[in-house]
Design a binder for this molecule. Structure first.
Ligand code: GLC
Length: 531
């Protein structure tokens, strides 16, 4: 059964983190060859699209989010012609391709920045944020802004004669200089990059750090209650209107924003009909495992999206956040970068049980659902990576590393590298993942993998799951129950006791076995209703 409307409104989108998906050339780092040879995993899973985290040439100061050339592929991952082959093979398998574009900053190895650094008079300086320092000798940073990874946001340059020069702005690491989006060359360049990838058949663009592009040129301090100098400035919407004109000039393309924004109305501004098609729902990702908070989050999400006619998205994990098996196994089940829960006790059995239920929730709410690689295998955060193996630049600044969710996938066998590579993987895999390999889970009806496969297949086949809306059904305290149309319901028991199921014709799928016909705690069921 095919869904009404464009694909991006209700797709299941699988995030591939290329370093960690599968290694084809035996260097311990995932690559395009590895992805091509495991495409059948994604076809069997039944996903509609792949979102590919950055695969461009990069010094990897921030795992590829420091891009040196948007029109090529990093040699560690392969070549441009291999990328083109992957795009056509994915299409042949019925899977669309989304690439990741990082407009806020470039790599310090990008040719523009190298020219800008080499010569203070170079016109490329205007493409970035070079400013004199404060104080008598210019040796104080132009602002005291705190970076997105924590730490400072300016680095001082040295002039060709060896004397200290201006400072440049970087909201992330010093290897990621921020672009000046007031400059027409920057705008033209990125519109051209979009066309470059659309011309290669790419179906969508994921926009990194989408709300940060503009900065208040007067460089004010960050003061509570005053407009933020670099978060969500109004000028950014003009850029996305222009990008929408580019994407609209191709059939069926989508723009998907990474917009971290607590205020839902400001978030929804990015999704107005002439701007982005969709944006990641971090409100849902960060929501505690709590029935009232979850219900309120779902309502808030649906209301905000309805107001602008955009589809909601449902996201549980990605390459930046603690894997949700781990989050849901903790006493505090929320996620925020500010509140680092690393090393606090985790009940992985409970976390897995809840993650199974969350899968049925996120795959049955109206809108598009994102699956981060490995979540379909029930992987947990590897919190035991030796400090000397950590690579994430966030670790030095915040004491929290995102490497634990970026560990290479286990495919087969009883011990690391679990078929990921023939060499030692770039990050260590837990030995306990021997039960979580694709091979071990395939054909086991109680596995996470088979749960995802069944749920995604049902999502396609069940008419109710194509209904554009959901309606809440009455439920006992702690139970979330909603219908999609007259024939489908999802019931999630977040209370501590088993509850009876509402009247139904048949049970389509449950995340854990029923208990004498009742729905146990931390379990979800998909029901066909009598019509
Ligand atoms: C986004 C990416 C993250 C990266 C940052 C800087 O938040 O998801 O991985 O470090 O932007 O590009």
């Amino acid at each position: 059964m095919s869904a009404p409307g464009p694909w991006w409104r209700d797709a299941v989108i699988y995030q591939v983190y290329p370093r960690s998906f599968a290694d084809g050339d035996g260097d311990g780092i995932g690559d395009i060859d590895g992805i091509r040879s495991h495409l059948s995993h994604l076809a069997d899973l039944g996903v509609d699209a792949i979102w590919m985290s950055p695969w461009y040439p990069s010094p990897m100061a921030d795992a590829g989010y420091d891009v040196a050339d948007f029109r090529d592929i990093d040699p560690a991952f392969g070549t441009l012609s291999e990328a083109e082959a992957l795009i056509s093979e994915a299409h042949a398998a019925g899977i669309r391709m989304i690439v990741d574009i990082v407009p806020n900053h470039l790599s310090s190895e990008h040719v523009w920045f190298k020219k800008a650094l080499a010569d203070p008079a170079a016109p490329e300086r205007e493409l970035f944020w070079f400013r004199p320092g404060r104080g008598e000798h210019g040796d104080e940073m132009p602002t005291d802004w705190v970076g997105e990874f924590g730490g400072t946001t300016w680095t001082r340059t040295t002039d060709p004669d060896g004397t200290p020069g201006d400072w440049y702005l970087h909201l992330f690491t010093p290897e990621q200089p921020d672009l000046n989006w007031e400059h027409p060359t920057v705008r033209a360049e990125f519109e051209d990059i979009l066309r470059f990838w659309f011309d290669r058949g790419v179906d969508g663009i994921r926009i990194d750090s989408a709300a940060l592009l503009f900065k208040d040129r007067t460089l004010p301090a960050v003061v509570e209650g005053r407009p933020h100098p670099f978060h969500d400035l109004d000028e950014v919407h003009d850029v996305y209107r222009a990008w929408r004109r580019v994407s609209d000039s191709y059939p069926d393309r989508a723009l998907i924003g990474e917009v971290w924004m607590p205020e839902v109305e400001r978030f929804a501004n990015y999704l107005r009909p002439d701007e982005l098609h969709a944006a990641f729902n971090f409100d849902f990702l960060g929501c505690a495992w709590d029935p009232e908070l979850m219900r309120a989050c779902i309502d808030r999400t649906l209301d905000a999206h309805r107001a602008v006619g955009a589809p909601a998205t449902w996201v549980l994990s990605n390459h930046d956040v603690t894997r949700h098996v781990t989050r849901y196994g903790r006493t505090t089940t929320t996620f925020s970068f500010e509140n680092n829960l690393d090393g606090t006790p985790v009940d992985l059995e409970l976390g897995t049980r809840r993650a199974r239920a969350a899968a049925l929730l996120s795959l049955s709410l109206p809108g598009a659902t994102y699956v981060y690689q490995g979540e379909e295998l029930g992987l947990w955060e590897n919190e035991n990576i030796p400090v000397d193996r950590l690579q994430d630049p966030m670790y030095a600044r915040r004491g929290h590393s995102r490497d634990g969710c970026r560990v290479p996938l286990p495919w087969s066998g009883d011990e690391p590298p679990f078929g990921f590579s023939t060499a030692e993987p770039w990050l260590p895999q837990p030995a306990e993942w021997k039960d979580r390999t694709v091979q071990a889970q395939t054909g086991d009806p109680s596995s996470m993998l088979e749960l995802y496969r069944s749920a995604i297949a049902l999502r396609r086949a069940e008419g109710g799951l194509h209904e554009p809306h959901m309606t809440w059904l009455p439920g006992a305290p702690g139970v979330l129950a909603y219908a999609r149309g007259a024939a489908f319901a999802c019931v999630l028991n977040m209370s501590p006791a088993a509850v009876p199921l509402p009247a139904h014709r048949s049970v389509l799928l449950t995340s854990s076995p029923l208990d004498g016909g009742d729905l146990p705690p931390d379990t979800a069921a998909w029901l066909r209703l009598a019509t």
